[in-house]
Design a protein around this ligand. Sequence first.
Ligand SMILES: C[S@@+](CC[C@H](N)C(=O)[O-])C[C@H]1O[C@@H](n2cnc3c(N)ncnc32)[C@H](O)[C@@H]1O
Ligand SMILES: [Zn+2]
Length: 298
Amino acid sequence: MSESSPQVIDYEGSGYRTDFWEGQGRDYEDLTERIALRRLLLSRGHRVAHLGAGFGRMTDELGGYDQVIVLDYSRTMLRQAQELLGTSGRYVYVAANIYSLPLADGSCDAAVMERVIHHFADVPAALRQIRAILAPNAPFVLEFASKRHLKAILRYWLKRQDWNPFDLEPVEFVKLNFDFHPEYMARCLREAGFETRRRLALSYFRLGFLKRRVPLSLLVALDRLLQPTGQIAPYSPSVFTLNVAVGDTPPAAPDGSLFKCLHCGGVLHQEGDVMICANGDGRWAVHDGIYDFKEPLG
Ligand SMILES: C[S@@+](CC[C@H](N)C(=O)[O-])C[C@H]1O[C@@H](n2cnc3c(N)ncnc32)[C@H](O)[C@@H]1O
Ligand SMILES: [Zn+2]
């Protein structure tokens, strides 16, 4: 990571899978996110990048693509993703920082990023990186945590919350955890070279007492019904967007190369377990099936 890169949250050694998902009463969130992703993204294609994929919770939704780039900053998460998804050639595991992507310009036909951007202090920088790896007209499904949701509005009106949910600036409610105003995110996406085509509102029923009392299938069905209202009025805590890469895209490598050198942008070739820059200024390791761009080899 270069010195000027914004701080990245550390999921090394994290119990995210077991502490947050497995048996933790979040089937409603998981199922409704899958519905949203299926609504927004074509189920088939050539190469898709799953950015901040974590332990691969949602990656199986991308199984119709010829190649899936499973990218995360945490090697722990990627090891768990390998256990879940296997090590067939279809999944390419990459340890890298989204602020500094080692993927070649225009190399991906689609990208998905859910439950990740809420960790980003510099959203425009991250979106510029993502735009650069996408081919012209490629879809980018982005989920973000919204600050302008009904519970936050109520809490603000009752003076139980000091930040204003209608204010456009992101709110950092815990270190490196942000909620965003939908209009702020729309502006950042536009400025990074994306045109937002669709918006879904999710998780209106993410409330403990409802989840305990109302059958899961009913909550999921109601969420499915409400999701399209996000196109005009997203007041939910989670928003899924379908964005399309517009404007100029530098030409992709003629041979379809996936990786680029983080120092000079040049082509990388693989020799055994090492990725080497053709210009001689960078080398990165491949460990047990993970292309590791967290730091260069000496
Ligand atoms: C809350 S988890 C979500 C994981 C997965 N998307 C899911 O929904 O289950 C956030 C993930 O984003 C990754 N992440 C955060 N900042 C990142 C960055 N700058 N580059 C790459 N991955 C990052 C973390 O390592 C973590 O696995
Ligand atoms: Zn180089």
